[in-house]
Design a protein around this ligand. Structure first.
Ligand code: DOR
Ligand code: ZN
Length: 348
């Protein structure tokens, strides 16, 4: 097969930052995806509907002329989020969910939730108003091994959340383990999950064997091959609980290539191409459209897209960096050849 046409996909987990970096990265996503769930971990975090609406305006202002890309905004859940704010979310057509970062789990998560029990009244309001909870599922205490943090979160926290709020819609973001796949499969249909391209394509050897490769460092960290295999199986299974979320998380090259490098892979430049590569290797291209274009929309209760995009099997080289004034971003797979390419202006 050398041409692939599918309904335009959506990205259900995306970081676009703000300021000049936002202007550099937003067009990459808008080229490919119809909509994206925008993560709120800015500094300061996006904690109110009013802040989310300002942030949305900044994203819309960065879109290329004629783009119909729609940012779907989220709020950052903190110990101080009020149940009253949840009612505002439910009434706002532009804000779709709240994101739970355990405090200290990842980039800009200092304002995150210190103890899940503290936000139970807010979760009750979310359940009542049918507002989804998006979760970075890792425990944070320093005694826990970084490779076990997702699994321990399922055992120590998520099982209780699911039990206490059976009608709360939950997206476990960026799955990285077999245990997380099993958890989502066994949970009710209120629980869905996103999977990134890097967790489908790479294991921890890519990051660590033969030298540390900082552009493959993200959180949750890449795991063993057996976990990657479980993620591939889930993504290509056709199960509607699993859907596309790139977690494209741009950090400037100097912040990644550092003695204390930031977590996050920038993948928005080639997101759909990377997923095509992963699905093709599994002989599962027929399952891509469900994963990329239908399951997420169905889970969020939004209409499916109707436009189509086309990809061609055609080699292209990912540039070493993307630059804008003094900004420099190193993309995932920099200077490597990808074998699929999204056709330009393929929207009709
Ligand atoms: O690798 C990551 N980068 N994981 C996250 O959870 C956050 C993200 C970021 O914002 O940089
Ligand atoms: Zn993220």
């Amino acid at each position: 097969m050398d041409t692939l046409t599918l309904i335009q996909p959506d990205d259900w987990h995306l970081h676009v930052r703000n300021g000049a970096l936002l202007k550099l990265v937003v067009p990459f996503t808008a080229r490919q995806f119809a909509r994206a769930i925008i993560m709120p971990n800015l500094q300061p975090p996006v904690t109110t509907v009013a802040m989310a609406l300002d942030y949305r305006r900044e994203i819309l202002d960065a879109l290329p002329a004629g783009s119909s890309f729609t940012p779907l905004m989220t709020l950052y859940l903190t110990d101080n989020t009020s149940p009253a704010e949840i009612k505002k979310v439910a009434e706002c057509e532009h804000v779709y969910a709240l994101k739970l970062y355990p405090a200290g789990a990842t980039t800009n998560s200092d304002a995150g939730v210190s103890e899940v029990a503290r936000v139970y009244p807010v979760l009750a309001a979310m359940e009542k108003f049918n507002v989804p909870l998006l979760i970075h599922g890792e425990v944070t205490a320093s005694e826990y091994d970084i490779f076990d943090r997702e699994k321990l979160f399922l055992e120590q926290q998520l099982s209780d959340i699911v039990k206490n709020f059976p009608n709360l819609r939950i997206v476990l973001e960026h799955l990285t383990t077999k245990e997380a796949v099993d958890f989502v499969q066994e949970a009710s249909d209120k629980v869905g999950a996103t999977i990134t391209p890097q967790h489908l394509l790479y294991n921890r050897n890519t990051l660590l064997a033969g030298g540390i490769k900082p552009h493959y460092y993200c959180l949750p960290i890449l795991k063993r091959e057996e976990h990657r295999q479980a993620l591939l199986k889930a993504a290509t299974s056709g199960n509607p609980k699993f859907f596309l979320g790139t977690d494209s998380a741009p950090h400037q090259t100097h912040a990644k290539e550092s003695a204390c490098g930031c977590a996050g892979c920038f993948s928005a430049h080639a997101a759909i191409e990377l997923y095509v590569e992963a699905f093709e290797k599994e002989n599962a291209l027929d399952k891509l459209e469900g994963f990329a274009s239908f399951h997420g929309a169905d889970f969020y209760g939004l209409p499916r897209n109707t436009r189509k995009v086309t990809l061609h099997k055609q080699d292209w080289q990912v540039p070493k960096t993307y630059n804008q004034a003094s900004l420099e971003l190193t993309p995932l797979r920099a200077e490597e050849t990808l074998s699929w390419q999204l056709a330009p202006a393929s929207l009709d």
